[in-house]
Structures are given as structure tokens and as C-alpha cells.
Design a protein around this ligand. Structure first.
Ligand code: NAD
Length: 363
């Protein structure tokens, strides 16, 4: 059993904690919070031991009715491994803390690549993290592109890729983010940082990326063009992608025209928080002209990195190979590569009293 501490319990941290709890070979040692806000309430209700980042604020947590298990320092000492899901840049500041305790760590894509020995994507380079102590799960966009490019590069070879990333302005909870009435080239420099970030996973792929930000919160949308090294027909590409467990090729008859219906579908399917862990590729958009392949995909920024964090934990702990880990992760989450399948058998549910959760009526 790998005992994992989660430092930073926000958008990514709370999802990763639930995903860890669902795994047969992992447990949550505790989660660290800076303030006794609504997410501290969620952690408390889900019965995660709550550690405070700043020991001087322990009384605030107590006044808000939370039992404090200790400080973040104590969480790091008590954990086999830490998932750092603090805001971008804070992870690098925490690196010393993990090193001091000799505790391996998984960082997130908001950090620079040099925070860790490996920039990680399970499908693309799982094995390279097996002898590392620190790995960085690449950003939501880079994760989405890595999953897509791995099978394409292996099967056909990639001569050159060009991607326009239409990015959500902020997550649904990020009320201060924008734009709220504009369409921005962002970053305005070309290539955007996404191409170089992808090269931390695939050093040999030639890729140009352009980024935009739009007034949306649900998902990112990628317009992808890949010049393949060999000729192929669109149906073969569709089948190749459809065989990938973390790529969902949307059948046209579902009539899903964007992120709104995708989220609705995921919610109907009983996915926790309406999360789409898979890339969602519009099957009808997969087009090939000569050696040029085109498609559109949607990436749920809050969710796609979650299974990757779970696999990064196993890779660093060296307890499973890539295939074993990806299957374990997917089975435990109910990640089926087709959102609709999980309607029959939703796996991850909020913990109940019977499995160690807190009975809200008991207070
Ligand atoms: P978030 O702001 O939702 O959550 C971060 C949490 O960490 C908050 O609860 C915050 O209070 C807490 N925190 C702040 N300082 C802390 C500290 N010193 N110690 C411990 N906790 C602290 O952020 P997020 O969206 O979950 O992002 C976390 C990381 O994941 C970032 O690197 C981000 O770039 C990356 N990421 C985010 C997304 C996304 O779309 N939200 C997607 C992929 C990767």
C-alpha cells in the first residue's frame, strides 16, 4: 500500500485525492490546506486527515470546526510520496521540503520542467519515471497532446505537427479569470509554450503551437494538424485512436457539439464532478488529405491529469509497469474510454460511512 500525502487541495488536488482513495494499492495519508475554506470542508466530510500549511493558523481551523492532524511538515514525514498540487510556482518552493524528508514527489504542469527529473505522461513515457524520485505530470494541454501523439508517432511517424489551442479562460471556480467578452491570442508569441512543453515528453517531435483564450470555463479545444511520415486513410486513424483507453472518439450519432454536452453526458454517466478523464475526439473531424491528418479534440482541464497522477505515483514507486498501472488506474476509476459505459457501473463515489467516510447527519 502506497501512503500518499496531497499538498494543495484545490481543483487538481481534491480530484487526485479521490482517485488515490479508489485505487486498491494506495491510500491517502492526508491533505494539506492553507485556509479553512469550503475545500477544507470537503476534505473533512470525506474523512481525509487535514494538515495545515501554516502552523500559526491551526486555531483558525479549530475555530471552523476542523480537527487538525498536524502541519504539512508532518504530512510529508508521514507519507511514502507526496502529490504536490499547489498553485503554479509554489511546487518548486516546496521541493526543498520533500528533499529534506527524502520523500519522493509528483509535481504538476504549472511548474517548470526542471522541478523534476522527468516530465511525465503515462502513455508516452511511463517507464522513464521508474527510477526517478521526482516527476512532473505535464499540463492538461500537454497531457491531451501527449496521449494523442504517442500512438500516431508509433504507428505512422510524425513529420510535423501544428496545433491551435483554444483555451478556457479559467476553471468554473476561478471567478477572477477571463476574458469575459473577448477572444485573445494568448500567448501572442508563436510558438506558444505548449510546443516546447510537449518536447519535454517527445524531444523529437517537430511541433508548432498557437494559443488563444476565450470566455469559456468547461474545457480546452484543440485544432490539430499532423503531417504523417506515411500515407493512411482516415478510418484507420479513427480505429487506432479508438483503441486507446484514454482517447474517446465521439460517435456522430451522440450529437455532442461541444464541451457543454460533453460535461452533461459525463454528469449523466455518474462521473464524479462530471469529469471527462479521456480526451474527447470528434470522430467526424478525423480527416486525411495526402499525409496531412486533421482533427478536433476537447480536453477537460480539471480532469485529464488525474489518472496520470495516479500512474506517476506507481511509476516513481516502481510497483507496476505501464500496462499494469494504466489498467489498475482505469478499472478503479471506471475510466472506460467511452464516457457512456460508466453509466452502468460508476465506480468512484463519495465515500460512505461504511467505507470510512463521515456521516453528515451525525454532526
Ligand atoms: P488551485 O488554485 O485550484 O488549487 C491549489 C490549492 O493549493 C488551493 O487550495 C490553495 O489554497 C492551495 N495552496 C496555496 N498555496 C499553498 C501552499 N503553499 N501549500 C499548500 N497548498 C497551497 O490550483 P489547481 O488548478 O488545482 O492547480 C494546481 C496545479 O495543477 C498547478 O501547477 C496547475 O498549473 C496545475 N494544473 C491545473 C489545471 C487546471 O485546469 N486547474 C490543469 C492541469 C494542471
Amino acid at each position: 500500500m502506497i501512503h500518499v500525502g496531497v499538498n494543495g487541495y484545490g481543483t487538481i488536488g481534491k480530484r487526485v485525492a479521490d482517485a488515490i482513495r479508489a485505487q486498491p494499492d494506495m491510500s491517502v495519508a492526508g491533505v494539506a490546506k492553507t485556509s479553512p475554506n469550503f475545500e477544507a470542508r470537503v476534505a473533512h466530510e470525506r474523512n481525509y486527515p487535514l494538515y495545515v500549511v501554516d502552523g500559526d493558523r491551526t486555531d483558525e481551523f479549530a475555530a471552523a470546526g476542523f480537527e487538525v492532524a498536524g502541519t504539512v511538515d508532518e504530512l510529508v514525514a508521514a507519507s511514502d510520496l507526496i502529490v504536490d498540487a499547489t498553485p503554479a510556482g509554489v511546487g518548486a518552493e516546496n521541493a526543498d521540503l520533500y528533499q529534506r524528508h527524502d520523500t519522493p514527489a509528483v509535481f504538476q504542469g504549472g511548474e517548470d520542467a526542471d522541478v523534476a527529473e522527468v516530465s511525465f505522461n503515462a502513455r508516452a513515457n511511463y517507464e522513464s519515471a521508474r527510477d526517478a524520485d521526482y516527476a512532473r505530470v505535464v499540463s492538461c494541454n500537454t497531457t491531451g497532446l501527449s496521449r494523442l501523439f504517442a500512438p500516431i508517432a508509433e504507428e505512422y511517424g510524425i513529420e510535423k505537427a501544428r496545433v491551435t489551442l483554444v483555451r478556457r479562460g479559467g476553471d468554473p471556480s476561478q471567478s477572477s479569470r477571463g476574458p469575459i467578452n473577448d477572444t485573445l491570442p494568448d500567448p501572442v508569441e508563436i510558438p506558444s509554450h505548449h510546443g516546447p512543453d510537449l518536447n519535454t515528453v517527445f524531444p523529437d517531435i517537430e511541433v508548432d503551437t498557437m494559443g488563444m483564450k476565450v470566455p469559456a470555463t468547461l474545457m480546452h479545444t484543440h485544432a490539430v494538424n499532423v503531417t504523417l511520415a506515411s500515407e493512411v486513410d482516415a478510418e484507420a486513424v479513427r480505429e487506432l485512436l479508438d483503441d486507446e483507453s484514454r482517447l474517446y472518439v465521439l460517435p456522430p450519432e451522440l450529437d455532442i457539439d461541444g464541451a457543454g454536452k460533453l460535461k452533461e453526458f459525463a454528469q449523466d454517466a455518474g462521473r464524479p464532478r462530471g469529469d471527462c478523464w479521456e480526451n474527447c475526439i470528434w470522430g467526424d473531424s478525423v480527416t486525411v488529405e495526402g499525409r496531412d491528418m486533421y482533427l478536433f479534440q476537447a480536453v477537460h482541464q480539471e480532469a485529464d491529469v488525474v489518472p496520470e497522477n495516479v500512474d506517476a505515483i506507481r511509476a516513481i514507486s516502481d510497483t507496476a509497469d505501464r500496462a499494469e498501472s494504466m489498467t489498475l488506474t482505469e478499472d478503479a476509476l471506471g475510466l472506460d474510454g467511452q464516457i457512456g459505459q460508466s453509466m452502468r457501473d460508476p465506480v468512484v463515489q463519495p465515500p460512505t460511512v461504511a467505507d470510512g467516510g463521515r456521516d453528515p447527519d451525525a454532526e
